[in-house]
Ligand binder design. Structure first.
Ligand code: UT7
Length: 367
């Protein structure tokens, strides 16, 4: 049975930064309150041209470059997002087209802030079963488009961004060791976007009442998060045959530094064992774990052989954790530059559209 190794990683955040002071100019809040209650100092906000798929594509190209792969090497693309560009087509398909990954299947996965854990586990299991060899897992969000900028209890928390991992099959032991996934739909009301789906399709009333925005009971989500983070970490470590003390690094979902502090206390581990960068990005939902991982690598906090646990929680309610022995890139001969591949993917996409039109003209549109 092949092992599933993490061999590439990349992140992308919008250029525009919004500080707490910037926020205090549009709503009744202040830097001190936000830093004390959440640890957040600033977040990145997408411009009009930056989208869930454009950020995801940028992160994916960087991950491919680290892994030394080209888009045609991909067998499967899983995009975890709560802010897809459309209900359908899947954002994963938009990214597949932007990459020019023409041999890959692509689908979206919806498990909110826990989504990257779920998506990694699905990708790893597809590799372990032998059905695919190379998987691109993306977590990408433009939460700023779903935030009510007049609701100070939510708009201060969220930011935009994307992260991506490449998973590859190898006979060499290591890589993903175990995962746990949990859900409790009875708490679904605590964090939701009530309208825009089939329960409440867009109407004058839903728009007028702000039902297309993120609604959250912060206190309940906080209570839930502090309960599950430590538990899921211990659970996945035990499932992987490890002790919590053996872990080199824990990369938690970046929602609130107080939640991470509480998890560290519950696990009786020093805070240095946790990667924390919520101060600079806010809560980027499913993108937060891969973004934190990329920064951990940049800061030399992860090296091959390290035992790492990724742990998250979010709307659903969902929570989960994934244990991995850190690998790094496998030997490769490819070297890609996004600058070259992006226009090439665009040309191929246009050619495909033209071919479909010509096919319709010459062979008719009847089935
Ligand atoms: O990915 C999962 C996403 N969600 C989460 O992780 C959220 C988890 N929850 C939290 O992080 C916290 O509950 C929050 C940071 C959202 C809120 O912190 P809190 O300590 O639970 O504050 P609170 O809602 O109880 O509000 C305390 C006070 C209230 O004033 P009064 O009633 O005591 O006078 C609020 O009106 O703080 C006020 N307040 C604010 N003041 C300044 C609420 N938001 C703000 C604000 N600026 N942005």
């Amino acid at each position: 049975m092949p092992y599933a190794h993490i061999t590439g990683w990349g992140m992308s955040v919008p250029q525009k930064v919004m500080t707490n002071d910037d926020l205090s100019k549009i709503i009744d809040t202040n830097d001190e309150w936000i830093r004390d209650r959440t640890g957040i100092r600033q977040r990145h906000i997408a411009s009009g041209t930056e989208t869930t798929s454009s950020l995801g594509t940028d992160a994916a190209f960087k991950a491919l470059k680290v892994a030394g792969l080209i888009p045609d090497d991909l067998d499967l693309i899983i995009c975890s997002t709560s802010t897809p560009e459309y209900i359908f087509p899947a954002t994963a398909c938009l990214i597949q087209d932007r990459l020019g990954a023409n041999k890959a299947g692509a689908f979206d996965l919806s498990a909110a802030c826990s989504g990257f854990i779920y998506a990694m586990n699905m990708g790893a299991q597809s590799i372990r079963s032998g059905s695919v060899k190379t998987v691109l897992v993306i977590g990408t969000e433009t939460l700023s488009r779903f935030v009510n900028w007049q609701d100070r209890s939510t708009c201060i928390l969220f930011g935009d961004g994307a992260g991506a991992f490449i998973l590859q099959a190898s006979e060499k032991p290591g890589g993903i060791q175990g995962a746990v996934m949990h859900s409790d739909g009875s708490g679904g009301d605590y964090l939701s976007i009530p309208a825009g789906g089939s329960a409440h399709p867009a109407s004058e009333i839903t728009i007028h009442t702000g039902m297309h925005f993120i609604h959250m009971d912060g206190k309940e989500v906080y209570r839930f998060a502090t309960r599950v983070m430590a538990h899921a970490t211990t659970e996945v470590a035990e499932k992987s045959g490890w002790k919590v003390e053996d872990l080199s690094l824990i990369i938690p979902h970046q929602a609130n530094s107080r939640i991470i502090d509480a998890a560290a206390r519950a696990l009786k581990l020093p805070l240095e064992k946790f990667m924390v960068n919520v101060d600079r990005y806010g809560n980027t939902s499913t993108a937060s774990i891969p973004i934190a991982t990329v920064e951990a690598i940049q800061n030399k906090r992860l090296k091959p052989g390290d035992k790492v646990v990724f742990v998250g929680f979010g709307a659903g309610l969902t929570w989960g954790a994934l244990a991995a022995e850190w690998s790094g890139p496998l030997p490769s001969e490819h070297y890609i530059t996004a600058e070259w591949y992006k226009p090439w993917a665009r040309v191929r996409s246009i050619l495909r559209r033209i071919l479909r039109i010509l096919d319709g003209i010459f062979f008719g549109r009847d089935a």
